[in-house]
Design a binder for this molecule. Structure first.
Ligand code: SER
Length: 312
């Protein structure tokens, strides 16, 4: 019997991941944990904060949790607004999870990000093992978290698994406070106002992925045979990459009158420090990772579904 806890359950990843976990494991006991419970997602719900170790322990014991998807965390832009909080939630929160996981012999998933890379990292086809000198607090927490995960695996034999998520694009949950999130906001702009002002330059190329691919990869990694996995920091994980102007052209194929203007702000510096494309051959070779969505399909699906959601 799988007893799964998802933290950050109502975020961009958590919302879709919960639905897919319910579909793939209909008999599982799934518990959602978050600061604020926003909707009835058909799981057991617990209000909680990952920085409160005692409360987290209680929740794990109460539901006899055997597996955890620890998604709660601040993103790149949110992190810069309050670096101490980013450290506390992203690193201390993860440490709480890892320590309790060792005690309970739990399997853990935790997301890293392309933000673990920095401006000294090769920008194209960024290799799995490369320079990690991030310049955002978010990136610093991701590199720290990756090394902690690997340490707990080596020192305590904890089965912890991780992916370096690229920019993720989804419609069910509202976008978070990140840099790649322009690629979600733009769809709201296109449908509601027929225009969008982009906070990145038109030629800022970044690695991106549709949420269904991200969720599939996440569960597949958790279900992969442990002995096949050689990476216990975090796997490079990639699908497509595009610039804002390439995304605009694709949206205009569906909505020809859509216009986008560019007003790059402080977030440009963050985008400039990240890679443009990622070499994820390790993930593809070791546990069969494959993406399905290209840019064209992603745009069609986002517009169709967001339109329904916004009742337009
Ligand atoms: N979407 C994230 C951000 O931009 C990247 O991990 O902060």
């Amino acid at each position: 019997m799988k007893n799964i806890l998802i933290t950050g359950a109502f975020g961009l990843v958590g919302t879709d991941l919960t639905i897919e976990l319910k579909r793939r494991f209909p008999d599982a006991h799934i518990v959602s944990m978050a600061h604020a419970i926003s909707t009835d997602n058909g799981t057991i719900q617990e209000k909680g904060d990952v920085t409160d170790r005692a409360h987290l322990k209680e929740i794990l014991e109460k539901h006899e949790i055997s597996e955890m998807y620890h998604l709660a965390g601040l993103l790149s832009v949110g992190g810069e607004k309050d670096p101490p909080r980013a450290w506390n939630v992203n690193v201390e929160g993860l440490r709480n999870v890892l320590d309790l996981a060792v005690q309970r012999n739990m399997k853990v998933f935790w997301p890293s990000s392309i933000a673990a890379f920095g401006s000294t990292t090769p920008k194209k086809d960024t290799p799995q093992h490369t320079i990690l000198e991030p310049t955002t607090i978010y990136g610093v927490t991701k590199v720290t978290g990756e090394l902690l995960c690997q340490y707990y695996f080596l020192r305590y034999g904890l089965d912890v698994r991780s992916l370096r998520y690229p920019g993720l694009i989804a419609y069910k949950a509202p976008p978070g406070d990140g840099t790649t999130e322009y690629s979600v906001h733009i769809f709201y702009g296109a449908l509601k106002e027929n225009r969008y002002t982009c906070f990145l330059k038109e030629d800022s190329r970044l690695p991106m992925m549709y949420i269904d691919d991200a969720v599939k990869g996440t569960i597949d990694l958790m279900e992969a045979q442990s002995s096949n996995l050689t990476v216990r920091t975090s796997y490079n994980f990639s699908a497509i990459n595009f610039t804002p102007s390439e995304l605009v052209i694709e949206i205009q194929k569906q909505i020809p009158s859509f216009t986008c203007t560019y007003e790059p702000d402080h977030r440009q510096k963050i985008a400039d420090s990240w890679p443009q494309s990622i070499d994820d051959s390790c993930a593809r070779n070791e546990w069969g990772w494959q993406h399905e969505y290209d840019l064209q399909r992603l745009v069609v699906v986002m517009l169709e579904n967001l339109k329904k959601k916004l009742q337009l």
